[in-house]
Design a binder for this molecule. Structure first.
Ligand SMILES: [Fe+2]
Length: 331
């Protein structure tokens, strides 16, 4: 994908200095940290870029954007892939990437979201391979990921995802592919869309969710299409319920065909790339195109945030916050 903006070295260095001066540790006290980011005077170029992102989303022009040469921490530690989160707590002592992601959320007016049951409630999480999930179908493995929304099976799902490239081995060709809900709908008949809007479908939780939260087993009955062009689907896992009518299976096949032919946007993340895309108004996948060194590919590390589409959407979850922390889903 063509970046919507490439930061100049001057823009990046200035922002790195400002963000590096934000006090606090987001993994110890999230609220204190984001309060610090709220005080940051955002440079004019970034305000304008984020406003363009916002307008593209509102106008339906694009649900996926890239910013290039963004601020990241001056030192990116090597994480122990047996337990990368614990190792991150130990080794990551600067929070430039985290502050940048929080600033982007602020400027695009998409409040951050997190899950109480996952990563100790952290709002800044890692897309990184954890050794024990190797080869399994979860974002915490180093494997391919078919088209999905993050947390398909969960009752609370982010509207937007942000991925910041911390370590992206450049000789390993790994793409993030995005297909928008609008593009998918263009490839589906009205009849199939109508069936896909019925709660004839179900999705089980992935292996990581089941391991970290014993109550998370299955979504229950759900439609695949929701709202204007939202989609709730995890390829190879979302399936028809046993008592669903025959046309539900036909519509599911039509969706699978639509996914093959629909227009897609692909991006190969580099260090310092920020990739923003819709989680519900589209589907995304991870495609390992050419891996030369599997061990090196497994060191790929992206910093990730989830966000609500706007304040009203965040407010609709009021009463479900863990420990009263806005954005932290009590699950
Ligand atoms: Fe994902």
């Amino acid at each position: 994908m063509e970046p919507i903006h490439v930061l100049t070295p001057h823009q990046r260095d200035e922002l790195t200095a400002v963000l590096g001066a934000v006090p606090g540790n987001p993994y110890r006290d999230h609220r204190e940290f984001v309060a610090g980011v709220a005080e940051v005077h955002a440079p004019r170029f970034l305000v304008e870029v984020c406003e363009r992102v916002r307008q593209d989303r509102l106008n339906g022009l694009s649900e996926a954007h890239v910013l290039r040469d963004c601020p990241v921490d001056p030192h990116i530690p090597d994480l122990d892939l047996d337990d990368p989160v614990a190792d991150k707590y130990r080794k990551k002592t600067t929070f430039v990437g985290e502050a940048f992601l929080a600033l982007i959320a602020r400027l695009t007016r998409t409040p951050l979201m997190a899950y109480g049951s996952r990563n100790n409630g952290d709002f800044f999480t890692d897309v990184i391979a954890i050794n024990k999930y190797s080869g399994m179908q979860t974002g915490f493995s180093d494997s391919e990921l078919p088209f999905h929304n993050d947390r398909t099976a969960h009752w609370a799902r982010a509207d937007h995802i942000a991925l910041l490239g911390m370590r992206c081995p450049q000789d390993e060709v790994i793409y993030t592919t995005f297909v928008s809900g609008r593009a998918l709908l263009r490839c589906l008949s009205d009849e199939d869309q109508e069936i896909l809007r019925q709660p004839y479908f179900t999705t089980s939780f992935d292996v990581f969710s089941r391991a970290t939260n014993s109550t998370q087993r299955s979504s229950g009955a759900h439609p695949i299409l929701e709202g204007d062009h939202s989609i709730r689907y995890l390829e190879t896992t979302t399936t028809v319920l046993p008592d669903a009518p025959g046309e539900a299976k036909d519509a599911l096949l039509a969706l699978k065909n639509a996914l093959v032919v629909a227009e897609k946007q692909r991006h190969r993340l580099r260090d310092g790339d920020l990739l923003l895309f819709a989680n519900q108004d589209g589907l995304h996948s991870r495609d390992r195109i050419e891996i030369l060194n599997a061990d090196r590919a497994a060191t790929r590390w992206l910093l990730k945030t989830y966000a609500f589409r706007d304040q009203a959407r965040a407010d609709s979850f009021t009463g479900r916050w863990k420990d009263g922390v806005p954005g932290l889903i009590d699950d």
